[in-house]
Design a protein around this ligand. Structure first.
Ligand SMILES: [Zn+2]
Length: 188
């Protein structure tokens, strides 16, 4: 990432919104903001292959694997404002499992970039589907959107839920219900 260029852009942004970039409190702001953006958009520079490498194992286990309440923080691509919440991920293996610690890392790769919640949810599900070829994958995310809360409709307590259901979670209502039952009651 061209950090100097980004810092210059932030300085300019400060001027345009009516600030004085020279005043004491703002002197290091461009540097800090650039650093924050580097972190918040790190997903662009992370390869999903690297995350999944050496983390897939052959295993006969064929019951549901569920990791719930994974925190995520992302930026909406329409306003570059945060949206954040929790993701619940389940899959039913078909011979292959992935190291559990990799699942939150998959979330980080897709959340740390400009996103819409719908696409993020889908991308997480498709990644697991591609790498594990499981019997099914289910991903549900619940999030608060700053662009809704701080501006526009100013609805403080409305959250958005998106889901992606693949394989047996899509085809079999009982499997889907079991998953939804297991994540019920988890709060953002
Ligand atoms: Zn937005």
């Amino acid at each position: 990432m061209d950090t100097v260029k980004l810092q210059n852009i932030i300085t300019e942004l400060l001027q345009v919104i009516g600030e004085n970039p020279e005043r004491e409190g703002l002197l290091n702001t461009p540097k800090r903001v650039a650093k924050a953006y580097e972190f918040l958009t790190a997903g662009y520079h992370k390869k999903i292959e690297t995350v999944m490498n050496n983390a897939i194992f052959n295993e006969k286990y064929n019951e549901m694997v569920l990791v719930k309440n994974i925190d995520f923080y992302s930026l909406c691509e329409h306003h570059i404002l945060p949206f954040y919440g929790k993701v619940h991920i389940a899959y039913i293996p078909d011979g292959k499992i992935v190291g559990l610690s990799k699942i939150p890392r998959i979330v980080d790769v897709f959340s740390r970039r400009l996103q819409v919640q719908e696409r993020m949810t889908q991308e997480i599900a498709e990644t697991l589907n591609t790498y594990l070829q499981p019997q099914g994958v289910a991903v549900v995310s619940e999030a608060y959107h700053m662009c809704m809360m701080m501006r526009g409709v100013e609805k403080q307590n409305s959250s958005a839920t998106t889901s992606a259901m693949l394989g047996v979670f899509r085809e079999d209502a009982r499997t889907r219900t079991e998953f939804l039952q297991l994540i019920k009651g988890s709060k953002i």
